[in-house]
Design a protein. Structure first.
Lengths: 10, 212
């Protein structure tokens, strides 16, 4: 699974 | 990025810079919990491992690198450079009581049983309670320097604004992450008592001191 938003938020 | 996220990130940055600046200027880390700062360094390290795996934007990468470097610089100032001023006797919170349960919880409750995913979850859970040694220290000494309270206010504001950010993202992007939201709520609640004191005392020009 890919969690892109996760890398986006600090 | 929405307005809440934007202000939150800069509030977080302000908190980190205020603390570093205070220690550097006064050449002292009196009243600052080194344990909380170590926990924050662990939080950033375990969360931003994604720096190695995915690139989002220049903003994203720079902020992550700044947060990590500043948190290590703070730990260095407290435990090395200005060690003589570190108030270890009052910084007596038992961090293993936080790290061990949080580590266990991250292994049990996560979105995916993978190393990076568990470390990310661990960092979210740990961040929510990482300020406790600092709050414990203030409750023990019964007071805090005004600049320290500004630091705490910015840090609390950052997490409170992230809650609004998640509400925004839920409505406009259909996105929500239960782990982040619950941990963010816990983290914000821990600051409520402090927010009250900050508004009723510090903003009225008084020093933050607790009744004996």
């Amino acid at each position: 699974r890919e969690f892109t938003y996760r890398h986006d938020e600090l | 990025m929405n307005i809440f996220r934007g202000i939150a990130d800069f509030s977080h940055l302000a908190a980190i810079i205020i603390l570093l600046h205070k220690i550097w200027k006064s050449r002292s880390c009196a009243g600052i919990s080194g344990k909380s700062q170590i926990l924050f360094a662990i939080v950033f390290t375990t969360r931003y491992l994604d720096l190695l795996t995915s690139f989002i934007s220049l903003y994203n990468t720079s902020m992550k690198v700044i947060y990590i470097s500043c948190s290590y610089a703070t730990v260095y100032l407290i435990y090395m450079k200005f060690r003589a001023t570190y108030d270890g006797n009052h910084d007596s919170f038992r961090v293993e009581f936080l790290v061990v349960p949080v580590g266990g919880l991250a292994v049990l409750i996560n979105h995916d049983f993978a190393l990076l995913e568990i470390l990310w979850t661990f960092s979210i859970y740990l961040e929510s309670v990482a300020i406790l040694p600092q709050l414990f220290m203030i409750s023990k000494t019964g007071e805090a320097e005004t600049i320290t309270t500004h630091y705490l206010f910015c840090l609390g504001l950052y997490r409170a604004l992230y809650l609004f950010n998640w509400i925004w993202r839920f409505y406009f992007e259909g996105f929500f992450d239960m782990i982040a939201i619950v941990a963010g709520l816990v983290q914000t609640v821990l600051y409520c008592d402090f927010f009250y004191l900050y508004v009723t005392k510090v903003l009225k020009g008084k020093k933050l001191s607790l009744p004996a």
